[in-house]
Design a protein. Structure first.
Length: 264
């Protein structure tokens, strides 16, 4: 009997997961529909909503992204130099930092910051609208909630995530270069020149490709959790927390998959 209940529980969770993936996909398709077709059916996504989301998602996140990326660059330089000292290869810390930042850690730091900062705010905002029946009011007025709420967020993520990633890469390389210069007596200009010597466009593009995927994932998870809020303030808190946890978990897993295929 216990085995049967366990199997039923697994089945229920599997069905719920499939339904949630399907809901995410439907949100994505409908959002792109309104972004691409909306202007031709006289229901465009309003530009001022897009600019507002770009400000919230991207511009206001710049200080946090730069600070964390700069610190991460210094940390990578510290660990790299200490590790390579055992092999008398401290100079190889430069390509190590360059590859790690542009391919992995720049976009990863950016995605985690946006998921924790903007993803939670999006889920809380839509969840509050759901509880106060503002989403239903939009439907009554003939306004599609996806066009009004989700499409501007997805478009803003697609624009701002690559920009934030480039800023994060730059801040991390500067942080690593400053620490490397302090320990190895290497000027920042020489450090940057060596980074450009080893990097190719594909290395930077790996991070930018990932940033687009991560941005869409964060937007879909945050919006879907916001629309599914129920149970008052406690339900809103659970949905917000679930949004952040799900976003970060999916970011790490998708990053693992992308790294496996892009590094072969």
């Amino acid at each position: 009997m216990n085995t049967r209940k366990f199997i039923e529980r697994i089945g229920e969770k599997t069905i719920d997961a499939i339904e949630e993936v399907g809901y995410h996909f439907s949100l994505l398709v409908e959002s792109f529909y309104w972004l691409l077709v909306g202007p031709f059916v006289k229901q465009p996504v309003r530009l001022h909503y897009i600019f507002s989301e770009m400000m919230k998602i991207g511009v206001l996140a710049i200080p946090v992204v730069i600070l964390l990326s700069f610190s991460n660059g210094i940390m990578m330089a510290i660990q790299g130099i200490v590790t390579l000292q055992e092999f008398n290869a401290e100079s190889q810390v430069v390509p190590g930092i360059a590859y790690s930042v542009t391919r992995e850690f720049g976009v990863l730091i950016t995605a985690i910051v946006v998921a924790g900062r903007s993803g939670s705010a999006i889920a809380a905002r839509i969840g509050s609208m759901q509880m106060s029946q503002e989403v239903d009011a939009l439907r009554v007025m003939g306004i599609e909630p996806v066009r009004h709420l989700v499409a501007p967020i997805i478009f803003s993520m697609l624009v701002m995530m690559p920009i934030l990633t480039i800023m994060a890469d730059s801040a991390a390389l500067i942080g690593g270069g400053l620490y490397t210069g302090f320990v190895l007596k290497l000027s920042l200009g020489t450090f940057i020149d060596r980074c450009f010597d080893v990097l190719v466009v594909y290395d930077v593009m790996q991070g930018l490709y990932k940033s687009l995927i991560f941005g869409v994932l964060i937007a879909l998870v945050a919006c879907s959790n916001g629309f599914s809020v129920s149970g008052g303030a406690e339900g809103l808190g659970k949905a917000t927390t679930r949004s952040v946890v799900m976003s970060i978990a999916m970011i790490v897993m998708v990053d693992m998959i992308f790294t496996y295929f892009l590094s072969r």
